[in-house]
Design a protein around this ligand. Structure first.
Ligand code: PLP
Length: 535
């Protein structure tokens, strides 16, 4: 039976499973466009254990666990959301009441940085202070409301404070916060869910609490599986800030890692294919993937001691500027790795769990890695990450204990489980594919229309605009990158700079209307910079 709690915006569905217990689903109708009567009239049982109801702003659907799973899982009161829950808070954005960063932001920033040190360039360039986030909307302490094109930092991919995910965390925050690496009901459900959604037999899992520790675990796993100690990774990839991750990653001159010995022994870097700036080309100037692969093969033979455990890569470079390799790159690389018994380690911390329209970015190329890491979108803002290897290597994970103070705690895994469920329930992958096509079509047009837009790149909601001084020479236009970032932010777009490549990672719930709005703000900013720079 569906139950109207008497509030226009909060309708709860109760369903009796057998004679045992009542479950509750909360369906918030932020737009208030579905009346209680509509909901009351429409529930129907689709199949055993499933209840559904349709309102004007979406469909409520929930499959209840069996009595046994319910008893063992103990999860009750699971909120299932209308997929447009975020639209009410987005009304009227961007809405700027002061020139940002406003007076309260400036004051707060000044007091904080008296003690807090080491801010990223993103914050230094635009020292705004946020106090609220809902869906695709961020509100600063001066009351300015921004359209979010960053998802935190590729993190809150299902929207800020998604009610189902926040609800799941709150539920376990009141029930069981930590039980070391003992099994608990959410862990049981999450590992089964991951085994079901990941391709091949990627199903041996460990949980951690940030991306870099998951990557470290992947390196340990590669050593445990192969007994080898050398690793190859790529220029301009990023994998985190602990020693093995840093050893696989780009280092910046002046960064602390560049003082003294910079990489752990046995870690090597090679160039990876960037279609806009290819190093190896065919006679016609197009990128030649085979020459990259041949170079790697020669490097394995000549530049290592023949003990390479894994090739570690981001499927697409996030920090490097949303750079995707040619379609044939990963299938060919996997073949090379297999030839030499080298594991392919895909670091999907940034690209995974829907960002590019697939659960894993590697799915675009039908290539199943041997090791994979997830983070960021995995818990939609709650610090939770995972390292997964193929089933055949699972026993080797016994050599690297999964014990971790925070990894796998019930709150964290509840956030991850709820996030994966939201991706399915709200049709997120389909939305990312569809709106992603719109994004790319608009970006291509921008490339044609603007002299400083040298290249545009992306898949799904992982997007980039590369600014150049001249389309022939492709000289990076760093200053324009900084100015466009600041101007668009001032107009009400919260986003991410990366030198001359403007990066975008909007929440995956975004529709075409807001996607177009964000690109309008960016295009206005680009046009202003072009005018000011005499183009
Ligand atoms: C691909 C990739 N791997 C690992 C990391 C490190 O994650 P964390 O900052 O959670 O340690 C990042 C962070 O940006 C990343 O982009």
């Amino acid at each position: 039976m569906l139950w109207n709690q008497g509030k226009r915006t909060n309708i709860s569905a109760y369903w009796r499973t057998g004679v045992r217990k009542l479950l509750q689903i909360n369906w918030y109708e932020p737009q208030c466009s579905a009346s209680a009567e509509q909901l009351l009239a429409s529930p129907k049982r689709l199949r055993e254990g499933t209840v559904s109801a349709r309102g004007s702003s979406g469909e409520l659907k929930h499959t209840f666990p069996s009595a046994k799973a319910e008893r063992e899982g103990g999860i009750k009161n699971i909120p299932v959301m209308d997929r447009f829950w975020w639209k009410e808070s987005a009304k009227g954005i961007p809405h700027m009441v002061t020139e940002p960063p406003g007076p309260r932001s400036r004051e707060m920033h000044g007091r904080t940085t008296r003690y807090f040190k080491g801010l990223s360039s993103q914050v230094k360039l635009f020292p705004v202070c946020f106090e609220e986030g809902s869906g695709i909307t961020l509100t600063d302490v001066d009351g300015n409301r921004y359209l979010d094109f960053s998802s935190g930092i590729y993190v809150t991919s299902l929207g800020h404070c998604h009610p189902k995910i926040s609800g799941a965390v709150a539920h376990w925050a009141k029930k069981l916060m930590n039980c070391h690496d003992f099994t608990h009901p959410v862990k049981e459900k999450l590992v089964e869910k991951m085994a079901a959604i990941l391709p091949g037999k990627l199903n041996a899992v460990q949980f951690y609490s940030d991306g870099t520790t998951a990557v470290e675990a992947g390196i340990r796993a590669a050593r445990a599986i192969t007994g080898r100690h050398e690793f190859i990774s790529c220029y301009r990839d990023f994998h985190g800030k602990t020693l093995a991750s840093v050893s696989c990653a780009r280092m910046f001159r002046g960064d602390v890692h560049s003082y003294g010995p910079s990489r752990a022994p046995g870690f090597y870097m090679v160039p990876r294919p960037d279609p806009y700036r290819p190093l190896f080309t065919r006679d016609d100037g197009t990128i030649d993937t085979d020459r990259y692969i041949n170079f790697y093969e020669e490097f394995i033979r000549e530049g290592t001691v023949g003990n390479v455990g894994a090739f570690v890569l981001e499927p697409a470079q996030g920090w490097g500027g949303s750079i995707f390799p040619p379609e044939d790159f990963f299938p060919k690389l996997k073949k090379l790795c297999d030839k030499y018994g080298i594991l392919l380690f895909a670091d999907e911390v940034l690209t995974g769990m829907g960002r590019t329209g697939e659960w894993m970015c590697m799915n675009h190329w039908d290539t199943i890695p041997d090791i994979v890491t997830f983070g960021k979108s995995f818990g939609n803002g709650f610090p939770v990450t995972a390292m997964v290897v193929r089933e055949e290597f699972g026993s080797a994970l016994e050599k690297i204990s999964a014990s971790s103070s925070y990894g796998g705690n019930p709150m964290a895994l509840a956030a991850a489980l709820a996030s994966l469920e939201v991706i399915e329930e709200e049709g997120i992958l389909e939305n990312v594919m569809e709106v992603g096509r719109f994004f790319m079509a608009r970006l291509e047009k921008m490339k044609n229309d603007h002299p400083v837009v040298g290249d545009v790149k992306g898949k799904g909601f992982l997007l980039g605009i590369e600014l150049v001084k001249d389309k022939q020479t492709k000289e990076p236009f760093e200053e324009a990158g900084r100015l466009v970032y600041q101007k668009a932010f001032r107009k009400g777009l919260a986003w991410i700079p990366a030198g001359h490549i403007l990066r975008m990672s909007p929440p995956l719930i975004m529709d075409q209307h807001y996607a177009g709005m964000g690109l309008d703000l960016i295009e206005e900013a680009i046009a202003e910079v072009e005018n000011e720079s005499g183009y």
